[in-house]
Design a protein around this ligand. Sequence first.
Ligand code: ATP
Length: 320
Amino acid sequence: MKNAEPILQVRDLYKSFNGVVAVEGVSFDVAAGSVVGFIGANGAGKTTTMRMMAGVDFPDSGEVSVCGFDAAADAVQVKRLVGWMPDAYGAYPHLSVLEYLDFYARLCGLRGAERIERVREVVEFSGLQELGARPAAGLSKGMAQRLCLGRALLPRPRILIMDEPAAGLDPQARMDFKQAVAALQKQGVTLFISSHILSELEEMCDSLLFIDKGKIVHQGLRGGLRGEGEAPGAVVVEIRVSGPVEELFQWLEGDASWTLTERLPGGAKAEFGVNSEQALAGELRRLQDGGLQVSCFHPQQRRLEEVFVEVLKARRSASL
Ligand code: ATP
């Protein structure tokens, strides 16, 4: 994260549709320069929250401010600062990809040579060079996603809000997407990305927000959620040795700090009570000092899916 200052602040948002509560008292800050993952199951309230952040819908109550501008009172400024990438795009039947982008560039207020240059830049950044003459309405999922990205980038947003951008992408398109996210972060753009699949966001986000039934159930740094450093607890370590593996089994079984959980060919998985880098480094030294030739010592961090399920369970049992 480049800067801890919040670029966007959400305060106590509420939104219902015909009596169905979609968002209920949601508050959080988005730090400038960060990549935030917004995680929740289908219907949890992600799209509704993001539409209000992007200024394309308004809350029943509560506030969104971007760089100090209020999304309701200063809607024009906020729309210039926020790029919105919805999960589906409506293309006009007769427009080519280039005409489509040009049309949106005009809507953003870009004129003349500046407009032409900006369209050229987003075409290049989003990898649309080969598609300029193609009808915007008939693109594959991956191509359409690149067009949506290009469209959202036209006004040079400070923060880009993306609704399920990785859904349905093939592996190559997902890799391209990750690279685009990294490149935008490098340019100083803050990114806010939703998904209901944690593994889609796991590698690219530096902080995560979990939403369930319209309420934020957890927020924090990715490492903190996984139990790295900030949240001590037991950790399972995969250990491999180049000498006789029986010696490793004996060592683990004879040491009160360790519990041997699985015997492997050439190694073992074992649980250690303190999940901290310093303590684990000390344990590695102890193993080596004990005469074991350790060729692999790999702490296995919990998958984010597991953490998410735990967070939801804890939250739901607390509210019973
Ligand atoms: P998904 O992952 O399925 O897109 P989501 O987390 O984005 O889900 P929302 O689309 O924000 O969830 O929906 C939250 C709740 O609000 C759901 O119960 C949904 O049915 C309801 N809802 C959202 N938009 C509308 C609308 N325009 N009219 C009526 N109900 C709506």
